[in-house]
Design a protein around this ligand. Sequence first.
Ligand code: ATP
Length: 316
Amino acid sequence: EGKIVTIGEILVEIMATTFGDGFLEPQPLIGPFPSGAPAIFIDQVGKLGAAAAIVSAVGDDDFGTLNLERLKRDGVDVSAVEVLPGAATGSAFVRYRADGSRAFVFNMRDSAAGKIAATLAAESVLGGAAHLHVMGSGLPMPAVHGMVSTAIPALKERGGSVSFDPNIRPEMLRDPAGRAALDRVLAATDLFLPSGEELMMFAGASEETAAIAALLQTGVREIVLKRGKAGASHFDRNGRTDMPGFAVEEVDPTGAGDSFGATFLVCRRFGLGIGESLRYANAAGARTVTIKGPMEGTSTFAELDAFIAGATVRSP
Ligand code: ATP
């Protein structure tokens, strides 16, 4: 069985335990929690028992070790995570405001995640991949972009597949070079995983049906639109499948999209149908938002089955 591989940042998140507008006074914190969208994604793949690997870099510090140990525990191959002597693993401090929005302080500028490089270990892991999951957030980094650009044609050549979670800031689409990079990945994408507005932004359409039609026209085989608490919709040439979300109390939304995407992908690769895969993916996303810490809510199949057995589906 070939591996599902992703490339991108690993960091820790440290959370304020009280609501408020930021970090302008000393306050109680919890963490560090393992984090980084690609790391959460691949941890979820590993937990579901699929072969998984990540290409990344961490510092030679406790934050790096915390992440490496967690990923290893959950079955992820970390042989292509470079431990950089003298570099620090990045961190993000987050505090929720009462309205659900978040205030961040990032310590990422000179962090190990910005020094991800095309090492021999990375080449070896990418060379053995059966599936590559691309995250738009990493593409502005030249080394990440370079590895993605090289890996995709080789992967396609040997019958592999690509999923793409845009996970981008709108500025990136306005920059012509950024837009071109995203479009090249999109052209090779088998499974596209946008959330909300990203679908419209990418398709350059003002309406969902037109956006879906335009993307399927470009060769994207499957699109799964993430709709937050409303669940998700799947589109392909044969039509559309909607799946309502589960009714849960949201404690921490970070990571929902990544655990959702990983779960949908693994379910499909394990041969489950579209509806069943969407249900498991919704369960993974919903479970993630009920647990504090971005990677703390990733799930095994046993945890998803138990969650589904006890959960209520939101009425559409
Ligand atoms: P993020 O960027 O926060 O990781 P996203 O914007 O990529 O997430 P969302 O649509 O917010 O994606 O969430 C992904 C999936 O997680 C949803 O499709 C849904 O299945 C589940 N989910 C998210 N929020 C909730 C919620 N409040 N209640 C139930 N399910 C949720």
